[in-house]
Design a protein around this ligand. Structure first.
Ligand SMILES: C[S@@+](CC[C@H](N)C(=O)[O-])C[C@H]1O[C@@H](n2cnc3c(N)ncnc32)[C@H](O)[C@@H]1O
Length: 203
């Protein structure tokens, strides 16, 4: 092996990383994630979303569909972006126990886009407008903002969004054997939402 190759191998361990995109939706955020890891597993509760994700990610050879009862595949990262608000507390508590059992040593669960309690919608609308305008999507900015507003209205009429406090999330994580660290900035463009990194209490 030439020096160049061995250098490349030692400087990039990304190909070893195994990740799960839990609640992947259409798979839009799965695509960039797949570029950063060796293997990406995707899963969504909704069969329709799994179908969209399957199509959207069909050209990615390192992406597999996860089965949510699989206890044999372990992950360095379990990414749960913009999903917790659609879960109920018992379901989140059960999933956290499952996630803890699926982490590789040193692995973490990333809960991003967590909506703080009493979060006003206008803050998300502003983040979205700002994000879209910065990219020059003037018309799309308004369409997207309207779509988010509609989602909120729909959710409010069906059931309220689940928005656990930091204290409650820490308690749920602790019951699952996980500890919580909060990032200063959320990982998505929703600047007023939050990201929590959960690791095994003993790691
Ligand atoms: C706002 S989308 C986020 C999609 C994706 N994570 C992203 O960032 O683009 C929320 C997704 O969570 C899924 N979802 C809702 N409740 C879930 C649950 N209990 N378990 C897994 N997925 C769930 C929905 O079907 C939907 O696709």
């Amino acid at each position: 092996m030439c020096d160049g190759c061995s250098q490349e191998k030692t400087s990039s361990l990304e190909h070893l990383i195994q990740a799960l995109d839990f609640g992947c939706g259409y798979g839009i955020t799965s695509r960039p994630l797949a570029n950063q890891v060796g293997r990406l597993w995707v899963w969504d509760q909704a069969e329709r979303m799994r179908m969209f994700a399957r199509r959207h990610l069909a050209d990615r050879p390192n992406v597999n569909e996860w089965n949510d009862t699989d206890s044999t595949t372990h992950f360095d990262i379990i990414w749960v972006n913009s999903v917790v608000q659609y879960m109920c507390e018992p379901s989140l508590a059960t999933r956290l126990v499952q996630f803890a059992s699926l982490l590789r040593p040193g692995g973490c669960v990333v809960l991003s886009d967590l909506i703080p309690p009493d979060h006003p919608f206008r803050k998300d609308a502003l983040s979205l407008l700002w994000f879209s305008l910065r990219r020059g999507y003037l018309m799309r900015a308004f369409v997207r903002t309207r779509a988010v507003a509609n989602q909120y209205t729909d959710q409010k009429t069906k059931a309220s969004l689940y928005t656990p406090s930091a204290k409650r999330l820490t308690e749920l994580a602790s019951a699952a054997g996980l500890v919580v660290r909060w990032l200063n900035d959320n990982l998505s463009h929703f600047r007023h939402r939050r990201t929590a990194i959960l690791t095994r209490a003993t790691s």
